[in-house]
Design a protein around this ligand. Structure first.
Ligand code: DAK
Length: 260
């Protein structure tokens, strides 16, 4: 199986998956999203020898700086809805993975990158990592579960603030808020994730699987919220503001939003 933009390395029962688009700060383009889906839906279920996954980003700067803004211009609302729904399915596959998945956040985790980290079971951040959901800067809302999972981790008030202001927070603040489990020295993210995984892998695999299922079961009520997000994402995809926001990003200037 070919995985565009993913580098896979196995070390005993642990699979290290590296998002591998360093020049674009590992932005999650459609090919990367397809690869993640293939990995979690088809490749991993056939690999009984792999019992835990670490997800990280290539290079020292970013885990993933978002969905790939350059790909999302000109989408129709229906295309936006379809892409968001497919992205949700992929991130649910990660969240519901029967084996533990830990995000080793080695830099920016913005937009889709923050959403990907939140879909993982645990998060270890380097001290230089930064988190945020900056979609409103582009005239969009999060499309891969961000409006729902951020509330689950940090509560409604703070989630509302980060989603509305697009503020980025440092790893230390993410730790204080409960968005990440550990902060370590930069460069030590994968080693710490591996240490945690090794501890988990010493436990009963069925129990580990059932804990993951049970914790996720607590949040099933939020299903309607995810559906709402897909619909709303499709809507914002069709706005002039989104076209302007994406264009302004590419032209490295401030956007002129008109509210349409
Ligand atoms: N997409 C595409 N390219 C990106 C990118 C992104 N999200 N983030 C960075 N890059 C590219 C830059 O364009 C630049 O490319 P070149 O100009 O060299 O060709 C290269 O990565 C290095 O970036 P910078 O030169 O900007 O690096 P700096 O250190 O100066 O700044 C930064 C780092 C992270 C602060 C900055 O790059 C930045 O603000 N990036 C954008 C952050 C952001 O707004 N992320 C997107 C959030 S919105 C969807 C579902 C979900 C979403 C969208 C659609 N559908 C279902 C349709 C989610 C959207 C988001 O994630």
């Amino acid at each position: 199986m070919e995985f565009d933009n993913l580098r896979l390395e196995t070390d005993g029962p642990i699979l290290l998956v590296t998002l591998d688009r360093e020049p674009a700060l590992n932005a999650l383009n459609m090919a990367t999203m397809r690869s993640l889906r293939l990995l979690f839906s088809q490749w991993l279920p056939d690999r009984d020898d792999i019992r835990g996954v670490i997800l990280t980003g290539a290079g020292p700067k970013a885990f993933a700086a978002g969905a790939d803004i350059k790909e999302f211009q000109g989408l129709t609302p229906q295309e936006g809805r379809d892409l968001a729904a497919a992205g949700h399915e992929t991130f649910f596959l990660i969240e519901q993975s029967p084996i533990p998945v830990i995000a080793a956040v080695n830099g920016f985790a913005l937009g889709g990158g923050c959403e990907l980290a939140m879909a993982c079971h645990l998060r270890v951040a380097g001290e230089h990592a930064k988190f945020g959901q900056p979609e409103v800067n582009l005239g969009l809302i999060p499309g891969y579960g961000g409006t729902q999972r951020l509330i689950q981790y940090i509560g409604k008030g703070k989630a509302m603030e980060l989603l509305l202001t697009a503020d980025m927070i440092p790893a230390s603040e993410a730790l204080r808020l409960g968005l990440v489990n550990h902060v370590v020295a930069s460069g030590e993210e994968v080693a710490k994730a591996r240490e945690i995984l090794e501890k988990i892998l010493s436990k009963g695999p069925v129990a580990v699987r059932k804990v993951i299922e049970a914790v996720n079961a607590y949040f099933t009520e939020s299903t309607d919220g995810f559906h709402f997000e897909v619909e709303s994402f499709g809507y914002t995809t069709g706005t002039r503001d989104f076209r302007e926001g994406a264009q302004a990003f590419i032209e490295k200037r401030k956007p002129n939003f008109t509210g349409h």
